[in-house]
Design a binder for this molecule. Structure first.
Ligand code: UD1
Length: 334
């Protein structure tokens, strides 16, 4: 079976390529390195001992997509490619809508033309907005608070409409909770060049001394220790969820959304303390004001993915903290 992975050199995409290759899928990747580095290609090959085809370019580029589908008989697509920084999306909404929506439309049109109607889409728990209760189930109402989230929700709607128009499609919408961690090899992971927006990359940069102090955004939330609670999920577990989703859509029709989370919530301070314990490093932090738009707590009910896809997260926050630090130490030693 041949799977096209858009954004396959990114954080989640690269780990998913490893899992696909390990599971003996043929893999074709398209990426324009807008938020990744080209050396990831060789690292995926080194980890898996397997080769795959790579096309450098933009998913908005229909002529490139045409070439890829003409040169490869693609059975299914995993669509990761897209901009993903919440703050940037607020500052540059047109860029986000143009890129994320345009690329998806180009991809779906090309898939339709080539009769490839199986896709797993990289969505986010951000589509639940401020959930009415916890844990979050897939049938909760959907709303968004920023253009990035809106692009995810719009694409979900496009996919649902597409299925209504043509029941041959098989579509898995994967709603990620908070992916962190890295591959245990230490070769691939997340290491943003800019000052990170997200918690774990920030913790790591404080631990390595690149940044001085973590700001904990608020300790007056309605949570056990007052800091924000999230469902952190190891990126390798998340990647394995994609393999299960692909197995499912290859053998079914329909459109369905699945929460990919662990079902457990940890606070900012839980994560910081666990990181310090498992890695034996200090992470200096201070409590600051809340970050606008943040919610108290967010964690998944992942039972639908367990019951239908046969997937469950296995790794704990100790693994996530250890692997995230191991990767960045490795990068710095290179
Ligand atoms: C955000 C996005 C989500 C995206 C996810 C991973 C929204 C509302 N959120 O989730 O869509 O999938 O990133 O890319 O769209 N925190 C600090 N200090 C920091 C950074 C974060 O205390 O320097 C706290 C936050 O207040 C929050 C928790 O850590 O309680 C997690 O924050 P973050 O890693 O940014 O993820 P989310 O905001 O949950």
């Amino acid at each position: 079976m041949k799977v096209l992975v858009t954004g396959g050199t990114g954080f989640i995409g690269s780990h998913t390529c490893c899992e696909l290759l390990d599971a003996d899928y043929d893999v074709v990747v398209i990426d324009n390195f807008s938020n990744s580095k080209s050396d990831v290609i060789d690292k995926i090959k080194k980890i898996t001992g397997k080769d795959f085809k790579f096309y450098e370019g933009d998913v908005c580029d229909k002529s490139l997509l045409n070439k890829i589908f003409s040169e490869n008989k693609i059975d299914a697509v995993i669509h990761f490619a897209g901009y993903k920084a919440v703050g940037e999306s607020v500052a540059k909404p047109l860029m986000y809508y143009r890129n994320n929506i345009d690329s998806t439309l180009s991809l779906l049109e090309t898939m339709n033309e080539f009769g490839c109607k199986k896709i797993a889409f990289s969505s986010s728990a951000t589509v639940y907005g401020k959930p009415k209760s916890l844990p979050i189930k897939e049938d909760f109402s959907l709303s968004t608070t920023n253009p990035y989230g809106s692009t995810k929700l719009m694409i979900e709607d496009i996919l649902r409409d597409l299925y209504v128009s043509d029941n041959d499609w098989s579509i898995a919408i994967l709603r990620y909770f908070n992916p962190i961690g890295a591959h245990k090899s230490g070769l691939i992971g997340e290491n943003p060049n800019d000052i990170p927006n997200n918690l774990m990359p920030y913790i790591v940069k404080v631990a390595t001394g690149e940044l001085e102090c973590l700001s904990v955004f608020g300790n007056d939330y309605d949570t056990p220790d007052g800091t924000g609670v999230r469902d952190y999920i190891h990126v390798v577990d998340l990647a394995k969820g994609h393999i299960k989703a692909i197995e499912h859509i290859l053998n079914s029709r329909g459109v369905d959304a699945y929460n990919l989370g662990t079902g457990h919530g940890y606070s900012v301070l839980d994560l910081v303390k666990t990181f310090m314990d498992v890695n034996g490093v200090n992470v200096k932090y201070k409590i600051t004001d809340r970050r606008p738009g943040d919610i108290d707590a967010c964690y998944a009910d992942p039972s639908k993915a367990r019951d239908i896809l046969g997937w469950e997260a296995r790794l704990g926050i100790e693994d996530m903290c250890r692997d995230a630090y191991n990767f960045v130490k490795n990068v710095k030693e290179d």
